[in-house]
Design a protein. Structure first.
Length: 331
């Protein structure tokens, strides 16, 4: 009898029912927690009079309710072959798609190059000359930064991060103490220190398809990059003009168009592309007051990674609105 009754009960259950059930459970939990340890309180009015409501518990319940809504809301339909949306508040993934797959990461590499260069505390105003050694002989990619061009280390770092300039990244590694080989060794050492167990670096630009990682590892790298104010500033700069000799100037634009959008609050951004990796994008952003790391790898088509990022944003905003409605009903 009990089994038949349960089957009848479960028949026709939808996600709306599940969310309503979660809300009811949250309400029930809220009635029993006030006997716990004393916490910071806020005052609210009821028919029975003024009651002190433990604020820490309420915030925790709101967080749990929001997480439940994310869990039971339809996930975004992303076209990237590999994807991971990581919630920095709860320290858990909200969405994963082949997040453990090892894959080439192209110019996402440059985030690690930047961290290693900054860790070395080299003089940022030191002038560095681009040489033939910085020219890409592997993929034959072109650059507006010609051999003989002179820039400061700061400018090279900025255009390597925001415009994904390969010759700039090469020059940064070449002028690292001990040269590019030592810089690459340090990149791998830092990856190991960060717990990036599936990550390997063979060059500082990302042009080498043997530079590989996973979406899970890249979350660790983006989290580490947040500790560098310079990386935050440079990766979110929309454009930058470099003054060269003979009154020549070059203007560079950020390879991620989302940094130019007022609807996005982005803390870290890096794009990448080689044929073996597809189009890649990693970002740290705040969506609906929720800090997240977004990793999108092996996206085909110029607009797929940006489209996927916007799909993630719409999904999170929709889920947050639903959680807020449920929270308001509960309160």
């Amino acid at each position: 009898m009990k089994t038949n009754a349960l089957n009848l009960l479960l028949r026709g259950v939808t996600k709306k029912h599940i969310i309503a059930l979660l809300m009811a459970m949250s309400l029930a939990a809220g009635l029993s927690v006030y006997a716990g340890e004393k916490q910071d309180t806020s005052v609210f009015q009821t028919d029975a009079g003024v009651i002190e409501k433990p604020q820490g518990i309420v915030l925790q319940q709101d967080e749990e309710l929001a997480s439940a809504v994310f869990k039971f809301t339809s996930t975004p339909k992303l076209k990237s072959a590999i994807a991971l949306i990581y919630d920095e508040r709860s320290n858990r993934p909200l969405y994963t798609k082949h997040a453990e797959d090892v894959t080439p990461i192209a110019s996402i590499t440059k985030l690690m190059t930047a961290m290693v260069v900054l860790d070395a505390k080299l003089p940022m105003d030191e002038k560095i000359t681009i040489t033939k050694a910085d020219v890409d002989h592997l993929k034959g990619t072109r650059s507006r930064v010609h051999s003989g061009s002179v820039m400061t280390r700061r400018e090279l770092l900025k255009i390597a991060l925001m415009a994904s300039e390969n010759r700039a990244a090469s020059a940064l590694a070449r002028t690292y103490p001990g040269g590019s080989p030592v810089a690459i060794v340090m990149m791998n050492i830092k990856a190991k220190q960060l717990g990036m167990t599936s990550t390997r670096f063979f060059d500082p630009t990302g042009l080498n398809s043997h530079n590989v990682s996973t979406a899970q590892d890249l979350v660790l790298m983006v989290r580490a990059a947040q500790n560098y104010e310079t990386i935050h500033k440079f990766t979110t700069t929309t454009s930058h003009t470099v003054q060269l000799a003979r009154h020549r100037s070059l203007r560079f634009r950020n390879t991620n168009p989302l940094v130019r959008s007022n609807s996005w609050d982005i803390g870290i951004s890096k794009t990448g592309y080689i044929s073996e990796a597809g189009r890649c994008l990693v970002m740290q952003a705040t969506i609906s007051n929720r800090p997240v790391i977004i990793v999108l790898l092996d996206s085909w088509g110029k607009r797929t990674r940006v489209g996927d990022a916007n799909r993630v944003k719409r999904w999170m905003e929709s889920s947050s609105r639903r959680a807020m409605r449920l929270a308001s009903v509960r309160s």
